[in-house]
Design a protein around this ligand. Structure first.
Ligand code: SF4
Length: 371
């Protein structure tokens, strides 16, 4: 059977990872721009789902959908697609394709159909699959996150336990690149449980990488503010090429940080910015405006924090988007105050702020892996 991958913006890393996983089972995923026989696979996110669900409904072939939107809304997606991969796909997708090819009618655990769903009873061991094969993608260093930020799909999709690709497997994959960047919920947490640093393991990884330039703690491998310690920054200075460190503040209000369960305070953010500055590194700090619990005072506090950050580094601002499957799914973004738009506009004109506080779609494509 021919098995196709429907290409679309923002799904390349999923394609790279799943093509590599399918290859280990002897299955080739062919990229296509529209559904083709015999099987076409889709990765659905909140932006492409409305458009692609219509296409899936009328596709002239067997359809398999996965990704963050399909995992969170598997019942809705199973009404359009023949099969929905709920959660991680590396093991489940090749198992499903093999089952379809065999014609036995068995459906592996982890797959939803319009009639049934049995959750997967295991999670993926990252070293069992290369991060990519012929189709190059970013190297996924770690998966899962022990935190539970209310707006984030990562723990819902990958669980609360951090799993890491081994040093040997990372070094092997990194040889395909001259400069290397990583995907991870928190780059400084490599080798740890996500709460207690294991910088010895991180340093061993950095020592073993053979690349000309290593980028760590900068997009797409961002970090959490309380992990921006002297020890972490010294590793960046010693081993990495980036002179920016990217982390999430999200709000200038401790009440809002508590409500969205960020697990850090505004003081942690200020300390992280100061530490970057003291080490000669530029902090690039994410904020989210329009969070549902924000009062006017809270939003003003976020904007004051953004203005202070901009004097010491860069701000990356985004308008809140309630994503399916997250604790904040059913909430509504609150409007921006005129002074919020004015301040962010002024910072943008000064080259101190980037982001998408007026365009939530751009926010979405950066939202899934952010410390
Ligand atoms: S935003 Fe970052 S720290 Fe928070 S749950 Fe998501 S990945 Fe974890």
């Amino acid at each position: 059977m021919r098995v196709n991958w429907r290409t679309d913006r923002g799904t390349r890393n999923s394609f790279a990872a799943l093509a590599a996983a399918c290859e280990t089972a002897g299955i080739t995923l062919r990229p296509v721009a529209s559904p083709e026989s015999d099987i076409t696979c889709y990765s659905l996110n909140s932006i492409n789902a409305p458009r692609l669900l219509d296409e899936i409904r009328t596709a002239p072939c067997i359809t398999i959908a996965g990704g963050p939107h399909a995992s969170a809304r598997y019942r809705e997606v199973a009404a359009a697609a023949d099969y929905v991969v709920v959660g991680e796909g590396e093991y489940v997708l090749p198992a499903l394709i093999t089952a379809i090819e065999s014609g036995t009618g068995t459906v592996p655990a982890g797959i939803a159909t319009s009639g049934a769903y049995t959750p997967a009873n295991s999670c993926v061991w990252l070293d069992a699959y290369p991060p990519f094969s012929d189709i190059k993608g970013t190297i996924e260093l770690s998966r899962g996150c022990p935190h539970a930020c209310g707006y984030c799909q990562t723990p819902q999709l990958f669980g609360h336990r951090m799993r890491h690709r081994s040093i040997d497997a990372v070094v092997r994959a990194a040889r395909r690149y001259r400069d290397v960047r990583f995907v991870t919920p928190n780059a400084f947490a490599y080798g740890s449980d996500g709460r207690h640093p294991r910088f010895d393991r991180l340093e061993t990884l950095l020592q073993k990488l053979e690349n000309d330039r290593i980028f760590l703690g900068t997009f797409p491998s961002e970090v959490r503010p309380e992990w921006v310690t002297d020890a972490a920054l010294e590793l960046v200075l010693q081993y990495c090429a980036n002179r920016r460190v990217h982390f999430g503040a999200q709000s200038g209000s401790d009440a809002v940080l508590k409500a969205i369960r960020r697990g850090h305070t505004v003081a942690d953010v200020i300390r992280a910015v100061e530490r970057c500055r003291d080490h000669g590194l530029v902090p690039v700090v994410d904020i989210i405006v329009g969070l549902p619990f924000e009062t006017d005072d809270d939003q003003q506090a976020t904007i004051r924090l953004a203005a202070w950050i901009a004097r010491n580094g860069m701000v990356h601002a985004h308008y809140f988007t309630p994503l399916p499957g997250t604790p904040l799914e059913a909430t509504v973004a609150r409007p921006l105050l005129p002074e919020t738009k004015k301040t962010l506009g002024r910072l943008a004109l000064a080259g101190k702020a980037t982001g998408s506080w007026m365009e939530p779609e751009i926010r979405f494509f950066r939202q899934n892996q952010n410390g």
